[in-house]
Design a protein around this ligand. Structure first.
Ligand SMILES: NC(=O)c1ccc[n+]([C@@H]2O[C@H](COP(=O)([O-])OP(=O)(O)OC[C@H]3O[C@@H](n4cnc5c(N)ncnc54)[C@H](OP(=O)(O)O)[C@@H]3O)[C@@H](O)[C@H]2O)c1
Length: 509
């Protein structure tokens, strides 16, 4: 793999959680693998009064805590890496303060013999995304010559359709679309990228990946944790905004899109937008029938008392924010007409799992009556996390007299590729941006398209605050009402375990 060109990466919000837990460890790992340019520096920016030295010390301590056992790491390597870190103290919201940033960048550029290539990473509160971009432009820091300028924007990208459009407009007033990298860390996961490889590098899946053979598609993104200390933030967000609008709809797009012409940014992102635009908008009746929202209530899990959402710090005791959402929707195109998609996401569910289940139609004529279990439908399970892998469920004859059929598993686990290194999502995404590859970043039109689908639900909830919000005890699979989304007899959600192949039996949670 070729190395990126020399550049400076400026991180706004360098004293924050994301920088210390994800960005600096990801950069260090890239450094250890020799994937960073020879001339490279990070400039942290924020109000906190660090100096270059104290910022280095702080990040050094974070590396020891966050990435103690990285292969190839040593005291000398960590010293060498932290020498490329710098810091400028400024009030990010004050446009005049950007003169100091410009001067700092110039100084680092000269000291480290780096040309004019710059990446800006916005790890600040979202209210600062547009002000930072506009202030950078006012100092001429977005202008390209022979060099390039790129900006990475964290989620959330807007709060609804209107605010995401506004943010897109503001950013596009100073950056071209191809300079904009909207990060959705789900797209940086190996297993998410593997959806494309599974579908489009094998001859056996694509011919049956359509309404003729698929009965329905199910997506689960569950978390076992509650909101923790982020109650204040979560109150203004909820599961639909926090998980569904971005991560789950990206998974929907990858699993349902048409084959791209090439494995290249525009080809892939064009197909993703096309399918997101094809999701049937939900009417008021659809929302009332097919969108179930829930909120976790206090309970005991494994003997440990768990708070209800309304008892969490920073949460309104009468809050109507959803910590769970389960919904059913359709994609109106030739491939998927009539195939329901079911998705659910929530906090304080029994285990942390993200997976897609493609349920295939049953055989047209049943000649074996003794099929064990309720379903003779084949399922392909694409496990995003944990125990990343693929699982195909199909019927096999039980040895002995007659034709007893049993559902069995054929599974592949990434962990079996023991010599293959699975990079962290942020590592892959940072490197892609450095290389100018935006394939795994969300394009502006795709973000707006996702908000367009979600917006009517948010509006309906806002206009009908007393609409149904179901409680579910912490540690359970969400409100029972979500099972009612499957109106066909015998169908229900798959109840996954941490281990991909363990289901329908006792789960070690
Ligand atoms: N943490 C994650 O795992 C994660 C995951 C996905 C997305 N994100 C997104 O990434 C962004 C940063 O998240 P974070 O968790 O790192 O947040 P954080 O811990 O609150 O850090 C944000 C940083 O922004 C700086 N800042 C500048 N102006 C600020 C202001 N007016 N008010 C508050 N802080 C200000 C602060 O540094 P100074 O005080 O030094 O200026 C602070 O350290 C957010 O937009 C978040 O939604 C975070």
């Amino acid at each position: 793999m070729h190395k990126p060109e020399a550049h400076i990466l400026t991180i706004f919000g360098a004293s924050g959680d994301l920088t210390r837990r994800k960005l600096i460890p990801a950069l260090y790992d890239l450094f250890l693998q020799g994937l960073l340019p020879d001339a490279f520096s990070v400039v942290g920016a924020g109000r906190k009064g660090y100096t270059d030295d104290s910022f280095r010390e702080q990040m050094r301590a974070e590396l020891e805590e966050q990435s103690p056992n990285l292969p190839g790491s040593s005291r000398e390597k960590a010293d060498e890496f932290t020498r490329c870190l710098f810091y400028v103290s400024l009030d990010t919201s004050d446009p005049a303060a950007y003169i100091a940033l410009k001067q700092k960048l110039e100084k680092v550029r000269k000291e480290r013999s780096i040309g004019g290539n710059l990446i800006f990473y916005l790890a600040t509160p979202p209210s600062l995304y547009a002000p930072v971009a506009l202030s950078l432009a006012s100092q001429g820091l977005t202008r390209e010559g022979d060099d390039w300028k790129r900006i990475i924007v964290e989620k959330p990208f807007g709060y609804d359709l209107t605010s995401s459009r506004e943010l897109n407009q503001q950013l596009r007033s100073v950056f071209r679309e191809d300079q904009l990298y909207r990060i959705d860390h789900y797209l940086g996961k190996e297993t998410v990228q593997n959806i494309l490889v599974t579908r489009f590098s094998n001859g056996i899946f694509e011919p049956i990946w359509n309404r003729n053979y698929v009965s329905h598609v199910e997506i689960t993104a569950s978390e076992s944790l509650g909101v923790g200390e982020r109650g204040g933030y979560y109150e203004g967000s909820g599961a639909l905004r926090d998980m569904f609008q971005n991560h789950i709809l990206q998974l929907v797009a990858l699993v349902s899109m048409e084959p791209p012409v090439w494995a290249e940014s525009n080809s892939i992102r064009n197909e993703m937008v096309k399918v997101l635009d094809s999701i049937r908008p939900l009417s008021r009746e659809d929302i009332e029938r097919d969108v179930i929202r829930g909120q976790y209530t206090a309970s005991k899990v494994k003997g440990e008392s768990m708070k209800g959402y309304r008892e969490e710090e920073g949460v309104d005791p009468e809050s109507r924010t959803e910590t769970y959402v389960g919904l059913k929707f359709h994609i109106d195109n030739w491939r998927w007409k009539g195939v329901p998609f079911y998705a659910r996401t929530g906090k304080r569910l029994p285990t942390r799992v993200t997976e897609i289940v493609v349920h295939f139609e049953s055989t047209p004529h049943h000649i074996f009556c003794d099929t064990e279990g309720s379903s003779d439908r084949n399922q392909l399970i694409i496990r995003i996390q944990p125990d990343e892998g693929l699982l195909l469920k199909f019927g096999m004859k039980v040895p002995g007299a007659g034709y007893n059929v049993q559902n069995v598993n054929m599974d592949f686990h990434y962990s079996s590729l023991s010599d293959v290194y699975l990079p962290e999502a942020y590592e892959r995404l940072l490197l892609d941006c450095m290389l100018g590859d935006s394939t795994l970043y969300a394009r502006g039109d795709a973000v707006e398209s996702a908000w367009r689908f979600v917006d009517p639900v948010l509006k309906y909830w806002q206009e009908n605050p007393s609409g149904s919000l179901y409680g579910y005890p912490a540690g359970t699979w969400g409100p029972r009402e979500a099972d009612g989304l499957f109106r066909e007899d015998g169908l229900t959600w798959r109840y996954p375990c941490r281990n991909l192949a363990d289901d329908g039996q006792y789960c070690e949670l």
